[in-house]
Design a binder for this molecule. Structure first.
Ligand code: SAH
Length: 410
C-alpha cells in the first residue's frame, strides 16, 4: 500500500547495512528501513541523535500565573542555568549536561525501558520501574542498567529487594550519578504553583501554529495530560471555550490536575472516544481543532532501543486517520485543524495528511511565522513540504516531531 513513496536511488542503504545498524543501535529492522527510505545516508546519524537526550530541556512558562522573567529569576536564584527562547516568549530552557562517565559499583540492578530513559537523564528510580534487583540491600551503592545491560546511572538503594517486590511503589534508588544531567523541576515550588510545565519546543510550536484567539471555540481531541490544552488556554488568556477530549479515564484525572494546577478556567473536559464525538455530541463545532493522537513516539529522546513493527505503525496510522476524519467533521467551514505527532514515520505523518486532503475536505496550508523544522517529505504528495518535521540530527535541541496545519475549505 505504501510502496509509492519508496525512493529507489543509490543513496538508500543496502540491506546488509540496515541489518547492521538495527543490531548496533537496537532498533527494529522495520524502523531502520522506514528511516532509511526517508533519510538514506543520514539514517545512522539520526538514530545516534535519537539515542541522546535533547541538548536543551524546554519548559513552558504559564503566563496565566507568572511570566518568563519571574520564573527565570527564581530558578537562577536556585543556581539553575536557564535561558529564554528568542522567539517564543513563554519558552525557556535548561542546557542538558553530559555525557558523563559513571563510577564503578559492585551491584547492578535492571530497570525497564521507561525508567532507564528517565534515570539516564538524572531522575531517581522508582520501584515499579525495577525489573531485577536480586540481592539488593538498603543503602547499597548500585549501578542501574537497562534491559540490554547498558549502565544509565548510579545511586544509593532506598529499599531492599524484599521491599521493592512487596511494595512495588516508592523510590527504589536515589540517583547520584547519571550519564546526562537535567535539574529536576517536578518537585520545585514553581511546578507546584503551576508557574511552569515541562514541554518540548515542537509541542509548544504546535499550539502556536493552531493560534487560538480569545473568543474562539477550540476542540483538543486527544488532550491528556493537558500540555497543549493548558498552553492553548494561556494563549487565549482564559477566554473563549476549549473542549478537551480524551478517552482514557486515568489520564483524564491527570488532565484535570494539570488544568487546576495551571489555573485554566475556560476548558470543559469530556472523557470520550474522539473518533465518535461528531455522532455522540452532534452540536459540538469548533473554529479550530487540535489532533495530537497516540503515535509510535519514535521522536522522543533519549531512546535506548525501539522494536516497533511495521504492523504496529500501520495500525496507529489507521487510528490517526479515523481521529483526523472526525476532526474534519467538527471543524467549521474555513476553520483550522492542526495535526501533530512525536514520531518520524511517513506512515503516521505525511501519509495521514495525504489521506485527509483526499478524503476529508481539508487542505494543507502554510505554517508561516512558526516554521522552525524541515519541510515535510515531498515525494508523498506535492504540497507535503508545507508541513514541518523536526529531525534530531539537524534540530539537536528538539525531539523528533511533525506538525501539519490544515484548513477546511469545503
Ligand atoms: N495532547 C497531549 C498529549 C496526547 S497523547 C498533551 O499535549 O499533553 C495522546 C492521548 O490520546 C493520550 O492521552 C490517549 O489517552 C488519547 N487517546 C487515545 N485514543 C483516543 C481516542 N480514540 N479518543 C480520544 N483520546 C484518545
Amino acid at each position: 500500500m505504501l510502496i509509492h513513496f519508496q525512493r529507489k536511488c543509490d543513496k538508500n542503504l543496502k540491506q546488509s547495512k540496515i541489518d547492521e545498524i538495527a543490531e548496533i543501535y537496537k532498533f527494529s529492522k522495520d524502523i531502520v528501513e522506514k528511516i532509511d527510505r526517508i533519510y538514506g545516508e543520514r539514517t545512522e546519524r539520526l538514530l545516534i541523535a535519537l539515542k541522546k537526550p535533547n541538548s536543551k530541556y524546554f519548559i513552558r512558562v504559564n503566563t496565566l500565573k507568572s511570566d518568563s522573567e519571574e520564573v527565570i529569576r527564581n530558578l537562577m536564584q536556585k543556581g539553575i542555568e536557564v535561558y529564554r527562547h528568542d522567539v517564543i516568549e513563554e519558552a525557556i530552557f535548561l542546557p542538558t549536561k553530559g555525557p558523563f562517565e559513571l563510577p564503578k559499583t559492585e551491584m547492578k540492578i535492571t530497570a525497564d525501558k521507561y525508567a532507564s530513559e528517565s534515570v539516564i537523564q538524572g531522575s531517581n528510580l522508582y520501584a515499579p520501574g525495577v525489573i531485577n534487583c536480586h540481592g539488593l540491600r538498603k543503602n547499597q551503592r548500585v549501578t542501574i542498567v537497562d534491559e540490554f545491560g547498558e549502565a544509565v546511572g548510579v545511586g544509593i538503594a532506598q529499599m531492599s529487594e524484599n521491599d521493592v517486590l512487596a511494595l512495588r511503589r516508592g523510590m527504589a534508588v536515589e540517583v547520584t550519578d547519571s550519564v546526562y544531567r537535567i535539574p529536576t523541576l517536578r518537585e520545585s515550588r514553581e511546578f507546584e504553583l503551576g508557574y511552569i510545565y515541562p514541554q518540548s519546543l515542537p509541542a509548544m510550536i504546535t499550539s502556536r501554529i493552531l493560534d487560538p484567539r480569545p473568543g474562539e471555540d477550540i476542540i483538543d481531541m486527544c488532550a491528556a495530560p493537558g500540555g497543549k490544552t493548558s498552553h492553548l488556554a494561556q494563549l487565549m488568556e482564559n477566554n473563549g471555550q476549549i473542549v478537551a477530549v480524551d478517552k482514557n479515564k486515568t489520564k483524564i484525572h491527570k488532565l484535570l490536575n494539570t488544568l487546576i494546577r495551571l489555573g485554566v478556567k475556560n476548558t470543559q473536559v469530556i472523557c470520550h472516544d474522539a473518533r465518535y464525538i461528531d455522532i455522540d455530541f452532534p452540536t459540538l463545532k469548533a473554529n479550530k481543532v487540535l489532533v495530537d493522537p497516540p503515535c509510535s513516539s519514535l521522536g522522543v529522546r533519549p531512546k535506548l532501543f525501539d522494536y516497533t513493527s511495521t504492523e504496529e505503525i500501520n495500525s496507529l496510522a489507521e487510528y490517526q486517520k479515523q481521529i483526523l476524519k472526525t476532526a474534519s467533521k467538527i471543524v467549521k467551514l474555513g476553520g483550522i485543524v492542526v495535526y501533530s505527532t512525536c514520531t518520524l514515520t511517513v506512515e503516521e505523518n505525511e501519509e495521514v495528511i495525504k489521506y485527509a486532503i483526499e478524503n476529508c475536505n481539508l487542505e494543507l496550508i502554510e505554517e508561516r511565522k512558526f516554521f522552525y523544522g524541515s519541510p515535510g517529505i515531498q515525494r508523498t504528495f506535492n504540497k507535503a513540504t508545507l508541513a514541518q518535521r523536526f529531525e534530531p540530527d539537524v534540530h539537536e535541541d528538539c525531539q523528533g516531531y511533525f506538525i501539519a496545519k490544515m484548513e477546511r475549505k469545503r
